[in-house]
Design a protein around this ligand. Structure first.
Ligand code: PSU
Ligand code: MN
Length: 306
C-alpha cells in the first residue's frame, strides 16, 4: 500500500538526505514568517533560526504550502518569497486541504506545521509561542486549533510558553484534559513568551535533552499519541518588564474588541498591535526567544535520534 499523503509532500534535497541517513531534523513553522513578524526582520530571523538549528547538529525543515505541495525544507528563495508575500494563507488543520488543492500559498501555524511534520516523519518542531485559550473564550469560543492538534498529533513542540494575550491558566487546563504533557526546561514554571514566568507550574521540569528524549519516547512507545509541549523561557537579557507588557496587552485586547477582530485574524492583529505599542521592542524579544528555542529543539532532536 502506498501512502496517499506522500504524493502531497515534497522534501528538499537536504531534508531527504538527512532523513535517509537518520540524522536529526527540526521542523519550523512559517506563519511566524508570513503573519507573525514584519519584513525584513522575518526573513533575517528565519535564516538565523535555521543556522542555529544547524549549529547544534540538526537539519532545519521550514514547512510551508507552495504550488500544491507541502514543502518540507525550503530553499532561501522560498523563504524570501514567503517573507514578502502579502497573500499567504494562514494554514491550520481546517485550511490545509483547501490551500493545497488550490495550489495557493500557505504559511503553516503550529497546528498546520505539526500535521505536516508528522506526515514527513519529523518528531521535533520549534516555534515561538503556541496558540491557546483566548481570554474571554467562555463568550467567544476562541480556542486555538493548536491545542486540539497537540492532543492528537505526535510531535514535540518547543516554545517559549504561551503569550499572556491568552488565558494561560485555561490553556494549561485544556492541555491537561487532553493528556498533553507540559515540560519546562530551565525553570519550574511554564513560560509566558515575552516574560519568563507565567506564574503557573509546568507538569514537570526536565532540563537535560537526553532525559527529555527518554520521557517523550516513553510516551510514544506506550501508544499514547499526541504532542508534548516543551517550554523554554526567553533568555533573561531579552525579557520584557512584566508590568509594561501586561498593560500593553490589555490595550491591544481592547483595540481588538473595539475593532471587532475575530477568527483567525485575532492572533496576527494582537501581535502587530503589541509590536506597534512597544515601539518594536517586543519584536527583539520575539526574535531572541525563537533563536533560543531553536537551540533547545536541536538538542532534543539530536537526543531523540540517538
Ligand atoms: N504566537 C506567536 N507568534 C505567532 C503565532 C502564535 O507568538 O506567529 C502563530 C502560530 O503560528 C500559532 C498561531 O500557531 O499564531 C495561532 O493562531 P490562532 O490563535 O488563530 O490559532
Ligand atoms: Mn482563534
Amino acid at each position: 500500500m502506498t501512502d496517499p499523503a506522500a504524493a502531497w509532500l515534497q522534501r528538499s534535497p537536504a531534508i531527504a538526505a538527512a532523513q535517509a541517513a537518520k540524522r536529526p531534523v527540526v521542523a519550523l513553522e512559517s506563519t511566524i514568517i508570513a503573519h507573525g513578524m514584519p519584513y525584513p526582520e522575518n526573513l533575517r530571523t528565519a535564516r538565523e533560526v535555521e543556522a542555529v538549528v544547524r549549529d547544534h547538529g540538526a537539519e532545519p525543515a521550514t514547512i510551508a504550502v507552495m504550488g500544491g505541495r507541502i514543502r518540507v525544507g525550503l530553499a532561501d528563495e522560498d523563504l524570501a518569497l514567503l517573507a514578502q508575500a502579502k497573500d499567504a494563507h494562514k494554514v491550520s488543520r481546517r485550511d490545509l486541504p483547501a490551500v493545497l488543492a488550490s495550489g495557493e500559498l500557505g504559511a503553516t501555524t503550529v497546528a498546520g506545521t505539526m500535521i505536516c511534520a508528522a506526515l514527513a516523519g519529523i518528531e521535533v518542531f520549534v516555534t515561538g509561542g503556541i496558540g491557546g485559550v483566548h481570554r474571554g473564550a467562555g463568550e467567544s469560543f476562541d480556542i486555538s486549533a493548536d491545542l486540539q492538534e497537540l492532543a492528537r498529533t505526535s510531535v514535540a513542540v518547543v516554545c517559549a510558553g504561551a503569550k499572556s494575550i491568552l488565558d494561560i491558566g485555561l490553556t494549561l487546563e485544556y492541555l491537561e484534559t487532553h493528556g498533553v504533557p507540559v515540560v519546562s526546561c530551565g525553570q519550574d514554571n511554564f513560560a509566558a513568551f515575552y516574560t519568563r514566568d507565567s506564574g503557573f507550574a509546568a507538569d514537570r521540569r526536565i532540563d537535560d535533552a537526553a532525559a527529555q528524549a527518554r520521557f517523550i519516547r516513553t510516551k510514544w512507545d506506550l501508544g499514547l499519541a499526541g504532542g508534548v509541549v516543551v517550554s523554554a523561557p526567553v533568555p533573561a537579557e531579552a525579557e520584557m518588564p512584566r508590568a509594561e507588557i501586561d498593560a500593553l496587552i490589555e490595550q491591544a485586547l481592547a483595540d481588538a474588541r473595539s475593532q471587532g477582530i475575530a477568527g483567525k485574524a485575532v492572533t496576527p492583529f494582537l501581535l502587530a498591535r503589541i509590536r506597534a505599542l512597544t515601539g518594536g521592542r517586543s519584536l527583539a524579544t520575539n526574535i531572541a526567544l525563537v533563536k533560543h528555542n531553536a537551540e533547545v529543539g536541536a538538542r532534543l532532536a539530536v537526543a531523540l535520534a540517538r
